[in-house]
Design a protein around this ligand. Structure first.
Ligand SMILES: CC(=O)SCCNC(=O)CCNC(=O)[C@H](O)C(C)(C)COP(=O)(O)OP(=O)(O)OC[C@H]1O[C@@H](n2cnc3c(N)ncnc32)[C@H](O)[C@@H]1OP(=O)(O)O
Length: 408
């Protein structure tokens, strides 16, 4: 409709979608991601996730985009469980891009997340790595893509126990649920799952391509095989969906089982932690050719609560000066005080800062996988007091690399 100047109103406006509108958004998102879901697939998605929070982007009352902010729980350092708004399916239809649609959407989602007060952080996996820093998201975890030749040997002296079995599993099978529940509560970056997430991850909607399962009393592997036979013989590829092990023995035994499958030329995993133990088990350490990229992006929505939600490796006291363009309530100086038991609190102060950083850098640090010194070397964090910064860096760091193994 023309405005008072006679021009058409070209603004894109974001607002919360009601239950009826979520189905329309699902169609918009499917087109954006080049999918053509059948009616059954659409219905299943809505049955599973229709109760989550969705926002839409409108142009003159036409729905042209949107995205979800799903309620998940993530493990933070110190085995602390933290609610997180998991952003997913962010979509703007091709005819309405680069007009501020995503910007309006992210603002609306962050405002609502803060107002509701349930989730101090927002998380996402980015389709392209250039999009989200401007919205205050930082790369909190990294992933490696690996390709291991079939039958690749372990270093000498690494035993396995032969307790792996090939079985059929339903999404609620305790042989999956029990190891996952145990490991996900310990590993920073892992998400808690309910039956909806399991069904989604195990492809319960795609009966023509069911995954295979190898189980061990303390773990499991979910994988698919792409058969391939050429002039020289078999050259099948195993793609590991996930391998979860609660003990080193289960881990080695499951990997040995996959590596020794006959007819397989290569075992592929698209996302493992950069310090995946397999990389230290193989006798040819160069064989997996790990390719690093970004994994989980974290956005601190409520600084005070987010910094208090994890445990730290050592006591420290530091004043951080934080800039935050989108969430001004985070902007300013904060004293972070970590006690000897690793718990912490943050309070606004006026004291001189020891460090200055953008909120995206705090998101990058929160899971303990990014070094403060690296951000300082890149010049995105400004260190005023080097001694305090060194102590703070050590307090933030995790023993193992955090990683989010799940696509959401
Ligand atoms: C968590 C997830 O869901 S990730 C999935 C993201 N979605 C997709 O990849 C689906 C295909 N792409 C799209 O739907 C759209 O292009 C989106 C959602 C990525 C961007 O939507 P738009 O409405 O065009 O973004 P908007 O106009 O608000 O742009 C905001 C800024 O981001 C920049 N930007 C937008 N898309 C990209 C991109 N793919 N790469 C780099 N920068 C980008 C814009 O140039 C703009 O920069 P500025 O602030 O300096 O001017």
């Amino acid at each position: 409709m023309p405005d008072s100047t006679g021009r058409a109103d070209d603004r894109l406006v974001a607002r919360r979608l009601d239950a009826d509108e979520i189905a329309d958004f699902h169609d918009v998102a499917a087109a954006v991601f080049f999918n053509r879901p059948g009616p059954q697939e659409r219905r299943r998605y809505l049955d599973r996730f229709g109760s989550e929070r969705f926002h839409g982007v409108f142009h003159r009352e036409r729905l042209v985009g949107g995205g979800g902010a799903f309620a998940r729980t993530i493990t933070l350092p110190g085995e602390r469980q933290c609610p997180a708004a998991a952003m997913t399916g962010m979509s703007i239809t091709a005819t309405h891009r680069r007009r501020g649609g995503l910007t309006a959407l992210v603002r609306a989602q962050l405002d609502e997340t803060y107002r509701r007060g349930e989730q101090p952080i927002s998380i996402l996996l980015a389709s392209e790595s250039g999009i989200y820093r401007r919205f205050g998201y930082g790369i909190a975890t990294r992933q490696a893509r690996i390709r291991v030749p079939g039958r690749a040997a372990f270093r000498p002296g690494l035993d396995t126990d032969g307790l792996v079995d090939e079985v059929e599993c339903a999404p609620d099978d305790p042989r999956l649920l029990l190891p996952y529940t145990e490991v996900s509560a310990q590993r920073t970056g892992w998400l808690q799952r309910d039956h909806r997430h399991w069904a989604q991850i195990l492809g319960a909607d795609a009966p023509d391509d069911p995954p295979r399962f190898a189980v061990h009393p303390q773990g499991y592997a979910v994988y698919r095989v792409a058969p391939a036979f050429n002039d020289l013989g078999a050259a099948c590829t195993v793609t590991v969906v996930e391998l979860v092990a609660a003990t080193p023995q289960a881990y080695r035994s499951l990997w040995r089982h996959l590596l020794d499958l006959d007819l397989v030329a290569e075992i592929a995993v698209d996302s493992v932690a950069p310090d995946e133990p397999l990389l230290d088990l193989l006798s040819d350490l160069r064989a997996p050719r790990p390719q690093l990229s970004d994994n989980l992006w974290v956005r601190v929505v409520d600084l005070e609560r987010a910094l208090g939600a994890r445990r730290y490796a050592r006591p420290v006291e530091a004043v951080l000066e934080v800039t935050d363009r989108l969430c001004p309530w985070n902007q300013g100086r904060w004293r972070l005080r970590v006690e000897s038991d690793g718990t912490a609190n943050a309070h606004p102060v006026t004291a001189a800062p020891h460090l200055r950083m953008d909120i995206a850098d705090l998101g990058a640090l929160l899971l303990g996988g990014t070094r403060l010194g690296t951000l300082a070397a890149a010049g995105t964090v400004d260190i005023v007091d080097r001694g305090v910064a060194r102590d703070l860096s050590a307090a933030f760091l995790e023993d193992r690399e955090p990683h989010c193994p799940e696509i959401f």
